[in-house]
Design a protein around this ligand. Sequence first.
Ligand code: PLP
Length: 440
Amino acid sequence: SLLPTLTPEEVRRLDRRHVFHSWSAQAKIDPVPVVAAEGARITTDDGRTYVDFTSQLVNVNIGYQHPRLVAAIQEQAARMTTVSPAMANDMRSAAAAAIAELAPGDLNMVFFTNGGAEATENAVRMARLHTGRQKVLAAYRSYHGATAGAISLTGEPRRWGSEPAVPGVVHYFGPYLYRSNFHATTEQEECERALQHLRDIIAAEGPHHIAALISETVVGTNGILVPPDGYLAGVRAICDEFGIVMIADEVMAGFGRAGEWFAIDHWGVTPDLICFAKGVNSGYVPLGGVIISDRIAASFQDEPYPGGLTYSGHPLACASAVASIEIFKDEGIIERARDLGEGVIGPRLRGLMEKHPSVGEVRGLGVFWAVELVSDRATRAPLASMAEVTAACKAAGMWPFVAGNRLHIVPPLVITEEELDDGLRALDTALDVADAACVV
Ligand code: PLP
């Protein structure tokens, strides 16, 4: 081998001494080395194998070490590993065309980035230059990335540590019936009142000052919040009325996670810009981007676009996107995600809700589900003892995605029914632990 072999002890020691980890107090973490991963399973350095219900950061949609995707990357590495964004390149052309082909409406051009945050930054920059306006609306329950602009747009508490934020961002509440900000009791009420709230905010901020509204089509890390029917069409109509650019952040929800190429396809709405990353190539090589409508692209036909990245349209990343999209099509991965959600995950989670008083709500679509844990169903008080629930999942052989008082059920889309069954049985066991903390 051309690469060094480290013992598990060396991995841990060098990690602790030299690797500075995201979002963490460096002295208080003990990152577990993963030594192998295949399909929907990961193996840690103690030899234990887990069904991965996380897809890491909800990005390994195609599963680990897909042989054809690995081979395509190897082939491209042998052909050409890097070229400047100012030159043209076969895999970049092919990836842009393939992504544009999947996108709705007149979203025909792609600006490539290295990940989701840079997609957010560039989408907002395009919207500001296109409209000549400055303010941007974003949801409180959102995550859009951790660069200066993207973390300012982010509404959830991860923003706080980076404040004071970049000016010009105005936050709003989107629909979330289980914890409604609008005292709504039905999906329809929640939808109507959330749209009215948005109108009120726009009126108060001055519509002619608002460049864009960015929203996660299905809110991801902040709860897997599926919008009620009519909400996104309502947002589209409001954006049209006031000349606001509608940006769909599909970084987590896109590329099959929600059972469609883009989650927004569920509701037949066409945004002006789509941000993507994660599932586009399952993170085998870093890649993200913005899909741009012809109307917005036209603003940069004769005037230069003032933005760029050394690795924009990196050939290795683009080749992996081309290969991944082909694999999705050949293996019917989108349809599979939809079927797993409707046929297996949804029904099984609803069954667990009947059995376990700690489950306040289950919601989701595709392979994108949340189990919201409460200590009291009547008050909906969030369950506090998530550490015990997490440990119980791991002890039963499932690696869980924990966000606040929720478990997100977000395995690779290629998970087999047996693996899914193993993971859901582990969840069942862990929910007994959650029940013990409930006031029943
Ligand atoms: N947007 C959404 C909806 C995300 O979930 C994320 C990452 O979790 C991002 C943007 C940021 O992507 P990245 O971490 O690749 O910068």
